[in-house]
Ligand binder design. Structure first.
Ligand SMILES: [Zn+2]
Length: 252
């Protein structure tokens, strides 16, 4: 089992280096007792970076996935090099910050855009995914052309207003009684999720999510919206790209 150390607070997603112990060595990979590497999931790609052990070696992390309750870090290394890794060895993890920060900006901006689309048009986001500097959101139905300029203005206003972002752990029964739980309309939570990790974005959005997010909306920076395109099922796809913005450094 791997402790997902990036989850508890917003600040935990700003840690770039950490120490952890090897607990299993599946072929080509390593499982740690704890990790700050985000494993692919929820539309968010995994983190990249390195794992290293003093006097032993350093290995590039090229993929991170969940396997049951464990997180597998896939390493770019030959089998003979991987034999240097042993269960119980302490490693230092270092996360590729530029990639992590891009995903935090995309993910936070997606929450804001989904919330504003819902507020202005009543359309829910069925699915969101992130790649490079671009996010795509699949909505359940079309939105009026006139909404588009308003949404672009909304994004600028939310970024400029510096809304604080925080994480709460909410008992499932309490969350299910909350009418705001349907506000931005992402996919239903699996029944076993309890408590619910809720991301609050100032007065803009309340949404359950397991991803990594920014500390404030200021760090979203500029965003370039792309016009909606129709999907075969009657929905529409909207997308945005990260523009210029204040880069944030890691806290350690
Ligand atoms: Zn999220």
């Amino acid at each position: 089992m791997t402790e997902l150390a990036y989850l508890p607070t917003i600040d935990d997603a700003y840690l770039r280096t950490f120490r952890a112990r090897v607990v299993a060595l599946p072929p080509g990979g390593v499982v740690l007792d704890r990790t700050y590497f985000y494993p692919t999931g929820g539309g968010q790609p995994c983190d990249y970076g390195t794992l290293s052990a003093a006097g032993v070696g350093s290995w590039e992390v090229v993929d991170v996935t969940k396997s049951g309750a464990s997180v597998v870090h896939r390493l770019k290394a030959s089998a003979s090099v991987l034999h240097q890794l042993k269960v119980g060895l302490e490693l230092e993890g270092s996360i590729d910050w530029e990639r992590r920060e891009r995903h935090m900006r995309l993910h936070t901006s997606q929450h804001v855009l989904s919330a504003r689309i819902f507020a202005r048009t009543g359309r829910r986001t069925r699915r969101a995914s992130f790649a490079g500097v671009r996010a795509t959101l699949d909505l359940e139905g079309p939105i009026p052309d006139t909404a588009w300029e308003e949404l672009a203005a909304d994004l600028r206003e939310v970024a400029a207003s510096g809304q604080p972002i925080r994480i709460r752990q909410v008992p499932r029964a309490e969350w299910d009684r909350n009418p705001l739980s349907a506000r931005s309309g992402l996919v239903p939570l699996p029944p076993q999720v309890d408590p619910v990790r809720v991301i609050d974005i100032g007065s803009v959005d309340i949404c359950p999510c397991g991803g990594t997010h920014l500390r404030t909306t200021t760090a979203m920076g500029g965003l370039e919206l792309e016009p909606p395109t129709p999907l075969p099922d009657g929905g529409v796809r909207v997308a945005f790209r990260l523009g210029g913005g204040p880069a944030e450094g890691p806290s350690a």
